[in-house]
Design a protein around this ligand. Structure first.
Ligand SMILES: [Zn+2]
Length: 334
């Protein structure tokens, strides 16, 4: 997109969000990112790469007032949220957040919040990436999944078939308990015939510190990224508290913000986890419910929404429509 058309989209976005704010009160947009690839990933054509992310950040920098989550929460609690406020968040702690996204954020003078699961720092890998990297690297032309308890054979001959295999397998493994999941991953890796999986997908502690030194906000995201509702209360507290303590040790700063793993209210976390997050002293937390929070919102269940659209005008229009959502999901009070 050239500078003139970017200017037009940014102008339209400022106008629309300014008007929406005046009509129905200021609301906070919070965007979610996971990976930002150096180059487009053929398995996930919808995920941002450096060029796409740079375009988005150019628009964001010209259209919004970008705040850290702690600062935005403070404004919400005092009903003093500035017009066109937006928070950028990154979940899980991917190394490309530092290698690829950070220089782009800095180029545009933007701040962001990074929610890091401490168990994967320095060479760890999330289960979903184990599935993805197995299916990416496998030289098999199909997979017979009966050993995994799934009556299906997945063809792997074309890129589209591999994309479909990823989309079919991830939801089946997501809600297994930790032990069953490990077992399923080991079986999958041997079925795929893949000897080695990458160990450099997640941040190192040095990279985590470089984010902190660059003035970025670091937030808790548990140790091992469990679905909190599958744990006992004691296990959930350990996951949240130990993740936070580890981050505080590593960056020598208090950790004030949190993102619920997977983040779906009532399904991935419930009111007991909100109470835990409050008890542990977090000032703000984000879910993955769509919507935009206004004054008086529950600061420990702030919604997030990331539009999916190739073109920037549609992307901005969808983000504006999200501001119009009157209600968003929250975990019901216990
Ligand atoms: Zn996550």
């Amino acid at each position: 997109m050239n500078t003139l058309s970017l200017g037009l989209v940014a102008g339209g976005t400022r106008l629309a969000f300014g008007l929406l704010g005046r009509l129905s009160g200021q609301r906070l947009s919070v965007l979610t990112f996971h990976r930002v690839h150096a180059r487009p990933d053929p398995l996930f054509p919808g995920e941002p790469d450096a060029d796409r992310f740079d375009q988005l950040m150019r628009l964001v920098a010209r259209s919004f007032r970008v705040l850290s989550l702690a600062r935005a929460a403070e404004h919400l609690s005092q009903a003093s949220l500035p017009a066109r406020s937006l928070v950028l968040t990154f979940d899980d702690g991917y190394a490309d957040n530092v290698d690829v996204a950070l220089p782009i954020l800095q180029r545009h003078g933007l701040t962001a919040s990074f929610f890091v699961s401490t168990g994967f720092l320095d060479g760890g890998r999330m289960w979903n990436d184990s599935v993805i990297e197995c299916l990416r690297a496998s030289t098999r032309s199909s997979l017979d999944l009966t050993e995994l308890g799934v009556a299906a054979t997945l063809p792997l001959q074309t890129l589209e078939q591999r994309q479909q295999a990823v989309q079919q397998l991830l939801p089946q493994i997501k809600y297994l308990n930790l032990e069953q999941r490990e077992l399923a991953l080991t079986k999958l890796q041997s079925l795929c015939g893949v000897a080695h999986l990458p160990r450099n997908l997640m941040m190192s502690t040095a990279q985590l510190r470089s984010l902190q030194n660059a003035g970025m906000e670091i937030g808790g995201h548990t140790v091992s990224h469990p679905i909190l509702t599958t744990l006992s209360g004691e296990q959930a507290e350990q996951e949240i508290a130990q993740g936070r303590e580890r981050l505080q040790q590593l960056i020598d700063q208090p950790i004030q913000v949190f993102a619920y793993p997977n983040g779906k209210p009532g399904q991935d976390y419930d009111a007991s986890h909100v109470a835990l997050v409050r008890k542990l002293g977090f000032r703000a937390a984000v879910s993955t419910a769509a919507g935009a929070a206004g004054a008086g919102a529950d600061l420990l269940q702030l919604p997030r929404y990331t539009p999916w659209a190739r073109g920037l005008p549609l992307w901005a229009a969808r983000l504006a429509l999200n501001q119009r959502r009157r209600r968003y999901d929250m975990a019901a009070a216990a």
